[in-house]
Design a protein around this ligand. Structure first.
Ligand SMILES: NC(=O)c1ccc[n+]([C@@H]2O[C@H](COP(=O)([O-])OP(=O)(O)OC[C@H]3O[C@@H](n4cnc5c(N)ncnc54)[C@H](O)[C@@H]3O)[C@@H](O)[C@H]2O)c1
Length: 387
């Protein structure tokens, strides 16, 4: 089995690649990554680059020819590549829409054209929901994205859903809640707190610190994704004959000229048989939350990090609130548990201890990112603050 992982040099992607190569001995993993500020080949240290079943492709998910070429070689596509930081999307959001929406369109077009792909896992996010209107939040919760990042991801999420309905692509959409763990960029709150504490610097909390999120250790997320691959997206391919690209040849690739526009264009519609019928019980495409079912506030995390690293909680300081802040997120992941038998295995306290231990042991990895730890944000009062 060949798995294409977009964004595999980033935080969750690199953890996923490492686990997939370990847990799926028959799998070959191809990574496509543009190595933005958030991705790094250093995330493949520890022998990964010497692994014969691993290959790295430097490139952009908006490059239709490259994406098509790689997708055509694979049976499974896991699409992580995105601009992923809420605060950065507040001061400069254009790249978020290009990468997160148009990049997803490019990958989804390629999947629609390559009938050799049997599973496309689109990594969406809980941010698409906005603040919880009801708790816990299940997949029926309204999509009220509150930041440009969240709206770009909501667009990508619905784009994939629409491609399932229109072209019958074999997609599964997963919406992980907040992830944390090794190899996460210091711009994100958990590693920022951990490395600030390790460096005896202030831990800056936005607003009151009462904003609470559902935290999932990255290993639990990666284990969940492997379950989807092992079980083939729960028979995601049970779709009508002819639902995919009409011009596909026997190799599983679209025949040149027969498949509508060139690789960058939209696929032709399903076939003479018409659009694909919904292939699963909950609509055109299965959507799954991934979360722990427990919310922990930012203030609690800051204090836990101080306690676990032996620092005084007086290091915790408060700055202005971030516009577009989600106040409460808590997942109902029971749909995923029922479908795949998965449950999170790492408690927040254990996961945080493990994360602190990793950053303490890998100081050269995070020291090079320190200068990007804080992001300038214009707050509701109009002032520029470094968050
Ligand atoms: N981290 C979380 O808490 C979290 C939670 C839910 C969902 N997600 C989603 O999971 C995915 C991965 O998140 P992450 O935290 O690992 O992000 P990350 O920012 O650490 O990694 C993103 C990766 O994508 C690559 N990339 C960016 N633009 C690209 C482009 N145009 N072409 C190719 N590669 C490109 C980057 O180089 C990087 O390696 C994202 O889609 C994100 O929205 C993350």
């Amino acid at each position: 089995m060949r798995i294409l992982v977009t964004g595999g040099a980033g935080f969750i992607g690199s953890n996923f690649v490492r686990m997939a190569l370990r847990e799926l001995p028959e799998a070959e993993v191809l990574v496509l990554d543009a190595l933005t500020y958030a991705g790094s080949v250093e995330n493949f240290d520890g022998g990964l680059r010497d692994e014969p079943r691993f290959s790295f492709w430097y490139g952009n998910v908006t490059n239709a020819d490259l994406v098509h070429d790689l997708v055509a070689q694979c049976e499974v596509v896991v699409h992580f590549a995105a601009e992923s930081h809420v605060a950065r999307s507040i001061y400069d959001n254009s790249l978020f829409f290009v990468t997160d929406v148009l990049g997803t369109q490019t990958v989804a077009n390629a999947v629609a054209k390559c009938s050799g792909v049997r599973l496309f896992i689109h990594i969406s996010t809980s941010e698409v929901y906005g603040t919880a209107l009801s708790e816990p939040m299940d997949e029926q919760h309204p999509l009220n994205p509150l930041s440009p990042y969240a709206s770009a991801k909501a667009g990508a999420d619905r784009l994939v859903y629409s491609y399932c309905a229109t072209y019958g692509i074999p997609a599964v959409i997963v919406r992980p809640f907040n992830n944390y763990g090794p190899y996460q960029h210091l711009e994100k709150v958990v590693p920022r707190f951990v490395c600030s504490a390790l460096a005896d610097e202030p831990l800056t909390v936005h607003g009151s610190g009462r904003a609470a999120r559902d935290w999932l250790h990255v290993d639990d997320t990666c284990r969940a994704l492997l379950e989807v691959i092992r079980r083939d997206g729960c028979e995601r391919r049970a779709e009508p004959e002819g639902a995919r690209e009409a011009g596909a040849d026997a190799e599983g690739d679209a025949a040149p000229g027969a498949a509508g526009p060139a690789a960058g264009g939209a696929p032709t519609t399903a076939s003479a048989a018409g659009p694909a019928a919904p292939a699963c019980a909950d609509g055109a495409c299965p959507v799954y939350n991934l979360g722990s079912g427990r919310a922990v506030s930012v203030q609690e995390i800051a204090e836990l990090v101080c306690n676990m690293t032996g620092r005084s909680v007086s290091l915790v300081t408060h700055i202005g609130d971030r516009p577009g802040q989600v106040n409460k997120h808590i997942a109902d992941a029971s749909r995923f548990t029922e479908a795949f038998g998965w449950r999170p295995q790492v408690s927040f306290e254990d996961g945080l201890e493990r994360t602190i231990a990793w950053y303490a042991a890998n100081e050269p990895w995070w020291r090079r990112l320190e200068w990007m730890k804080h992001v300038p944000v214009r707050t509701a009062s109009g002032e520029i603050e470094y968050h």
